[in-house]
Design a protein around this ligand. Structure first.
Ligand code: FMN
Length: 175
């Protein structure tokens, strides 16, 4: 893949919040999670876990926890991506908290891009009541849910969001 193909692939992704109810194929689900295993992680510890939520009641519960965001209930599959603190802290102590968050964030990014590569759309959803998600999914105390990645086929024309100019981010040598 050359850079223009890569760039075109990235440009084809945008957050989608209207989904077709058709369930994901098992192969879509396993491919999305398998992509996350290819991501880098601190010490190769892969300090992340994911709860795949497809059950309708559970998706509604996740939507309620996400302040009623409708796309969370509507998407046929939710990947609740979690940082696994113990896995990373067992090697890195306090620093492991940060590494677990980073590992899980990169894993979620890979999942989002894998969904795109399989012709699916997604919306990274970060606004939710952690305790509600934790309680409903039965997450242990050392597991922190970071993102609900809503995945499915888009049911509406996709619109790209405006993004900042690169000058707003880029610093050479010093700030
Ligand atoms: C950490 C994070 C949290 C987000 N939380 C939400 C959310 O709770 N609800 C939502 O609709 N979109 C959420 N988004 C999606 C952003 O709104 C979206 O990525 C941004 O507007 C840029 O649009 P694009 O993804 O289409 O390029 C989140 C994205 C990230 C990375």
């Amino acid at each position: 893949m050359d850079y223009s193909e890569f760039s075109g692939f990235l440009l084809g992704r945008c957050s989608v919040r209207e989904f077709d109810p058709e369930p994901l194929a098992d192969e879509d689900i396993t491919s999305v999670v398998a992509a996350a295993q290819l991501a880098p992680s601190a010490g190769n510890l892969e300090a992340w876990d994911v709860v795949v939520v497809t059950d309708e009641d559970a998706r509604q519960a996740m939507s309620d926890a996400a302040f009623g965001q409708a796309h969370v209930a509507e998407a046929p599959a939710l990947f609740v991506v979690c940082a696994n603190y113990i896995r990373s802290m067992s090697q890195y102590g306090e620093r492991g908290i940060l590494y677990a968050v980073e590992d899980a964030t990169i894993a979620c990014t890979y999942m989002m891009l894998a969904a795109r590569a399989r012709g699916l759309s997604s919306c990274w959803t970060g606004a939710f009541e952690e305790d509600e998600v934790r309680e409903y999914l039965g997450l242990p105390a050392h597991i922190r849910p970071l993102a609900i990645l809503a995945v499915g086929k888009s049911s509406a024309p996709v619109r790209r969001a405006e993004h900042m100019d690169i000058e707003n981010h880029l610093h050479y040598n010093t700030w």
